[in-house]
Design a protein around this ligand. Sequence first.
Ligand code: NAD
Length: 253
Amino acid sequence: MKEFENKVAVVTGGSAGIGRATALAFAEKGAKVAIASIQAVEGEETVQLIRETGGEAIFIQTDVTKAVEVENFIDQTIAAFGRLDYAFNNAGVMSKMDFVSSYSEEEWDWLMNVNLKGVWLSMKYEIPQMLKQGRGAIVNNASAAGVVGFMNAAIYTASKHGVVGLTKSAALDCAQQGIRVNTVSPGAIETSMLEEAFRNNSQLRREQLVAMHPIGNTGQPTDIAQAVVWLCSDAAAFVTGHNLVVDGGFTVP
Ligand SMILES: NC(=O)c1ccc[n+]([C@@H]2O[C@H](COP(=O)([O-])OP(=O)(O)OC[C@H]3O[C@@H](n4cnc5c(N)ncnc54)[C@H](O)[C@@H]3O)[C@@H](O)[C@H]2O)c1
């Protein structure tokens, strides 16, 4: 029997990159997976990839900044699969890189709404179901920029530090209720977000970014997926409120 057989996982932002890799990793362990994203075509593709390997999955188009849509996503998950065991709150965006005082108010609101409010809203609707079951594991996706400052990315950095703090407090609130809440903090991972960062910022050079990772390379989405699956597993039964940094040593110096 697979480790996550008869378990149900939700993944926000599961239509691409780290979220898609993690949805596939949950399914590989035997979990049924519900995927939320604003991207419908790519979300359905993730479902198809899971079905091709014999797994079960559904996609619900969801904007994580909208409470009614997140509530609907969790309701649809329970309706389809009957329970909720694991959550990876991963949907996120990055703005163009800019000097701290140059950003607009709209950019602040957009980044904070997706990256921070979206994680809180996801937990708001996930936790009540986990409380009913008396058990659950949540992983929120922060970033190396949730641990250290990042030049020309003040709002993104603030949003990701927020995710780490939100997670710690949620972990304390839930510690005695059987629900563990942790963060994963990736270094630079090869996804469309990273590609876009290079496209939008002529001063950001790939060689420089790679050199900031003592291990000598950037990461792959599966590097994060494996960490998330471990944090959800019983092997991590005594781990809560932790920020698991998976960054090739980026934040070490
Ligand atoms: N790639 C990296 O180098 C890196 C490093 C550290 C942290 N992260 C974090 O990892 C997470 C995933 O990023 P990725 O690199 O896989 O990027 P990606 O752009 O490939 O994936 C982002 C996902 O979030 C979804 N999304 C965006 N806005 C949404 C919204 N309002 N509602 C629902 N879904 C929404 C997208 O549709 C997509 O599925 C993000 O939170 C990001 O900040 C990425």
